[in-house]
Design a protein around this ligand. Structure first.
Ligand SMILES: [Zn+2]
Length: 264
């Protein structure tokens, strides 16, 4: 597929199989963190057996979902498996096709299906609205209209209904106010950790291409999961990457992906 060619985008969106894949990889990332915490033995029931923060938790899920799952190396390994399981519909595609299709940057209505670049605008919208709700400057009855107005402003597309608007997430109905920024924190931590990991596991890409994820999982087990709450999130970040949390690694990652997909 040539850069900018939308044929595969349409096909990929019709099939939707990658949404299920990335949802699963996301939750598996959370699961690996929980499994890696030292819950058994002497630390049972103590803060050392607990996760540090939701931002770090989301860094684990977003890393597997995006940095691993949306990479070309991943599709070089995964596509033959997908073709075997899903049959003829996928046979005409190459790993590069799938890599490009799952990294197309385009405004969309549903946060969990958004590409990595526009995803953070979905978070920004929600965080601004929940702050307005908590402060009382926005009434709940005015939320749908305000959502739609800001959505158009930030993402440039109309919201057709509340199902694809302010009712799409479970969080607010659960009382999870203030959760959404943890996704963007997770994206930032994940990108910063990833640069360190790539420096330490120098053949990481080749390992992913070969379907070998043990070294990456081992690194996360040793350097993040095993500590439980021994360090604050920001201190752990500084300890592992040598720097406080910054936006630059995520920007470098997004730019590299855009270069690879669009040739810009
Ligand atoms: Zn998550």
């Amino acid at each position: 597929m040539a850069p900018g060619d939308t044929r595969l985008t349409t096909r990929y969106r019709d099939e939707k199989f990658t949404d299920a894949l990335y949802g699963t990889m996301h939750e598996a990332g959370h699961g690996l963190y929980e499994q890696g915490l030292p819950k058994m033995g002497e630390f049972y029931g103590t803060p050392l057996a607990d996760d540090i923060s939701l931002g770090i938790h989301e860094s684990q899920s977003r890393m597997w979902e995006n940095l691993v799952g949306r990479s070309l190396a991943f599709w070089e390994w995964a596509l033959p498996h997908a073709q075997r399981v899903m049959g003829s519909g996928l046979e005409r595609y190459t790993p590069v096709d799938l890599f490009r299709a799952v990294n197309i940057v385009s405004p969309s209505h549903i946060r969990v299906e958004a590409d990595e670049a526009t995803y953070n605008l979905h978070v920004m919208l929600r965080f601004e609205l929940e702050r307005a709700l908590v402060s009382g400057s926005l009434k709940v009855r005015d939320l749908p209209g305000e959502w739609n107005r800001r959505f158009k402003d930030y993402l440039g597309i109309e919201v057709p209904d509340d199902k694809r608007g302010c009712l799409q997430d479970v969080h607010w109905s659960f009382g999870l106010i203030g959760y959404f920024p943890t996704y963007t924190l997770g994206n930032l931590y994940a990108a910063q950790f990833w640069e360190t990991i790539r420096g330490q596991i120098t053949d990481l890409e080749a390992q992913i291409r070969a379907g070998s994820f043990a070294a990456l999982k081992g690194w996360l087990n040793t350097n993040i999961h095993a500590h439980g709450r021994r360090y604050r999130a920001g201190d752990l970040c500084k300890m592992l990457t040598g720097r406080p949390l910054e936006a630059d690694p995520l920007m470098r990652h997004l730019e590299a992906r855009a270069r690879a997909v669009y040739g810009v």
